[in-house]
Ligand binder design. Structure first.
Ligand code: T1G
Length: 710
């Protein structure tokens, strides 16, 4: 026993309590503490049964991810050092009952499955989320789970990484009983019930392992689904291989197969990148000049002004989180359109099984339409989502300033406009903030939170906390044109257009980025969002274009022809009745003609060059944003791109990816592009500085976070 694990007794029942806040991770000392407790129980003949439980808000949320970077392949080979402990529990002379509350994830579920019985509180969740970290269960989870839950469910849980609730776990046989009321009391009572029963070891259970004939279609389907849904990820396929080994090999042999696959995954770039993302999604909520105990403002009620596509989606986000929301628009027809889109979206979610009908009915009751500003006077937060024009937004904010209660948060969903200028339409700029949702707002996880010059720290802290409540990842950014995401997306898409004008086909550019792991190619993304959106902004800001900087020509020409993308069934591609993109020879010929007219030298860029030019354009602009202070850390940019722009998480985000390639190498390549393709490739000074100093963007990110703020 030690400070992390206590052993107590209630008459003949021993109680082992794990106490390692915040999530009882199996940090160094925890496994040893449990092992010592089991050894002590082995020698205490008065003990008839034992209960293993976690103190605090959750049972064990897994191995300590912070330790992975220090793990040797030897330790990895021993299941993160857990296998001997799990065998000692399973071979204990008395039955061990585990009591689960909160989450039993990864090593936590593996620990639970090595116990002889599992009881849980009704709100508990169990799962093997390791694939989300680019690894697989490494402590016999892929061997014990199919023995308890059956092969199909074990494959789904280990390859997909999603948890199941206690009620489902009971149905599956992972859990033996749900405890309503005090968990420890219920677990001790359960232990008394079974203390004289024969001990059943999970590893000896084979009834649910099926036959190879029964299992073959399960594994084939799982591999097929995984290749489609988790494109590019290696760990899910490894998890399937490990579960398959459980059905074909004795337990110990199956464990060896699992260990080998676990070790291969653990020391992979994908895993390092996904662990970077795991901690990054938590790091972005920490703002150096906003202390953890900054008082938060209440957000019990909300309102959304503008019932268009974005406004409707944002209203759904609040309702889905249980926050009553008023939806305002200027006239009834617009309001009706907005509401019917919301109802359609919810109906789709029910059809796809994302939500139950009763859940949707409850949510719809939380969305109340209104035509009057007076109705929103009392709400805690307003999100303005009207047309992207400064004059209209300022008019809305002056109305909000007039009607809203003094502590209300006034947020704008603008994606490009100056938040300080919007705030100047009010007498309370400290209450004004940007909350840039991504389309579709009820699906995309990213929330870019834009800090204005006078935005209050309580308003920022509240919005960061609220993002989590709304199921979003909130990232704080500075108030520059296009903020972080769109500002970087511009040179990324511009480079894609240059590549097409220089001779690459539209589909070659998109396929190269798709194969790289982007959710969609840059040109197809333009067609999805609507090419006219960028065209209008380019026309509005034509006066800001720097002389001598090359500008793309093709997309403007396509827009002049009325080819706005999917919405006009023609853009870079033409679209069939099912909105499927079809390469368009007419566009290819037009581009060749426009390029000849503009005297653009032609060549056939390779797939590697296409990827380098598009991704390094992101990195170069990202470095500028970092040095100008509009993003706090390199990881903030990574989290923005993974959750808002379809950048593959297993590459860690553009800035992490650049560090993986090597900053010096990327900097040299950018200089080559600068020489070959023009001034728009001028390297960011920060890249030159770090390259000369042999440092990385991650290093800079850490120092920056310690120095000054957005
Ligand atoms: N290891 C280390 N730190 C962890 C951790 C872990 N497993 N889980 C959470 N933390 C930290 C987190 O960084 C944050 O720190 C704080 O705890 C609160 O977390 C052998 C090899 C459990 C659902 O993948 O999914 O077991 O920011 O903000 O929203 O096969 O944390 O405060 O400094 O996320 O309430 C498998 C990971 C590991 C689960 C709670 N387990 N954790 O969510 O709090 S691999 C996982 C979570 C493994 C075995 C293998 C969530 C949570 P800080 P939080 P939350």
């Amino acid at each position: 026993m030690n400070e992390l694990v206590q052993l107590t007794k209630e008459k003949e029942i021993a109680i082992i309590t794990i106490n390692n806040p915040p999530v009882n991770a199996l940090s160094p000392g925890v496994a040893q503490g449990i092992s010592d407790a089991i050894a002590s129980i082995e020698n205490d003949k008065q003990v008839k049964a034992a209960v293993l439980i976690g103190a605090g808000r959750t049972f064990v949320a897994g191995a300590d991810i912070k330790e992975f970077g220090k793990m040797t392949s030897g330790k990895a080979q021993r299941g993160a050092g857990l296998l001997p402990l799990l065998l000692s529990i399973e071979d204990c002379r008395v039955p061990v009952v585990v009591a689960i509350h909160g989450t039993a994830f990864g090593g936590g579920l593996e620990l639970a499955m090595a116990c002889h019985y599992r009881v849980a509180s009704p709100t508990a969740q169990v799962g093997q989320p390791e694939v989300k970290l680019g690894i697989i269960p490494g402590a016999a989870g892929t061997q014990r789970l199919p023995r308890l839950a059956g092969v199909a469910k074990a494959v789904e849980m280990c390859a997909g990484g999603n948890p199941v609730g206690a009620d489902v776990a009971l149905e599956l046989g992972i859990v033996d009983r749900l405890i309503h009321g005090d968990l420890l009391e219920g677990a001790v009572a359960f232990a008394r019930e079974i203390e004289d029963k024969p001990i059943a070891k999970t590893r000896d259970r084979t009834a649910k392992l099926g036959t190879s004939a029964q299992n073959a279609p399960i594994f084939a389907l799982a591999r097929d689904t995984t290749r489609k849904k988790q494109r590019g990820l290696k760990a899910p396929l490894a998890a399937i291989d490990a579960v398959e080994a459980a059905t074909t090999l004795p337990f110990d042999e199956g464990c060896k197969v699992e260990q080998k696959l676990f070790t291969e995954c653990l020391f992979s770039d994908q895993s390092r990148s996904l662990i970077h993302v795991f901690f990054g999604e938590r790091e972005v909520a920490k703002i150096p000049d906003i202390p953890k105990d900054t008082p938060l403002l209440p957000v019990q009620t909300a309102a959304v002004v503008g019932a268009g596509t974005m406004g409707g989606g944002i209203a759904m986000v609040f309702a889905n989180a249980g926050v009553p929301v008023l939806l305002k628009d200027a006239d009834q027809p617009a309001l009706d359109r907005g509401l019917s889109t919301i109802q359609k979206n919810y109906a789709n979610s029910v059809q796809r099984g994302r939500f139950s009908q009763s859940f949707v009915d409850e949510r719809l009751k939380l969305i109340r339409p209104t035509l009057s500003y007076d109705d929103i006077a009392g709400v805690d937060m307003v999100v303005e989502a009207v047309f992207e024009g400064m004059a209209l937004k300022k008019q809305v904010f002056s109305e909000l300033d007039r009607v809203c209660q003094p502590r209300a948060i006034l947020a704008s969903n603008t994606s490009t406009l100056n938040v300080d200028e919007i705030a100047s339409a009010t007498g309370r700029p400290q209450s004004v903030i940007g909350t840039h949702f991504f389309s579709p707002a009820n699906v995309m996880r990213l929330l870019e939170i834009v800090r204005g010059k006078q935005t209050g720290k309580d308003v920022i802290a509240t919005c960061l906390q609220l993002a989590k409540k709304l199921g979003k990842v909130g990232v704080l950014v500075g108030n520059c044109r296009g903020f972080v995401g769109n500002r970087m997306f511009h040179p990324y898409r511009r480079e894609a257009q240059f590549l097409v004008e220089e001779g690459a086909s539209v589909e070659a550019v998109d396929n190269a980025l798709y194969e790289f792991g982007m959710a969609m190619g840059p040109l197809a993304t333009g067609d999805l969002a609507g090419l006219d959106v960028g065209w209008r902004i380019r026309k509005e800001y034509r006066h800001l274009e720097q002389p001598g900087i090359r500008q793309p020509i093709a997309e403007d020409r396509l827009c002049e022809m009325g080819r706005y993308g999917q919405k006009t069934s023609a853009g870079w591609y033409k679209y069939d009745a099912n909105r499927r993109a079809v390469p368009d020879l007419e566009v290819a010929n037009l581009i060749r003609a426009w390029a000849a007219e503009a005297g653009i030298a032609q060549h056939e860029p390779s797939g590697d060059e296409i990827v380098e030019r598009c991704i390094y354009a992101l990195v170069n602009e990202g470095a500028r944003i970092l040095e100008e202070g509009f993003a706090l850390r390199a990881v903030d940019i990574d989290i923005i791109y993974i959750n808002g722009y379809g950048f593959p998480a297993y590459r860690g985000g553009p800035m992490w990816y650049e560090d993986t390639i090597g900053l010096g190498k990327v900097y040299d390549r950018i200089r080559e592009f600068n020489a070959q393709y023009g001034a728009h490739w001028k390297p960011a000074p920060l890249l030159r500085q770090l390259a000369e100093e042999g440092r990385t963007l991650a290093d800079f990110g850490v120092e920056r976070a310690a120095a000054d703020y957005i």
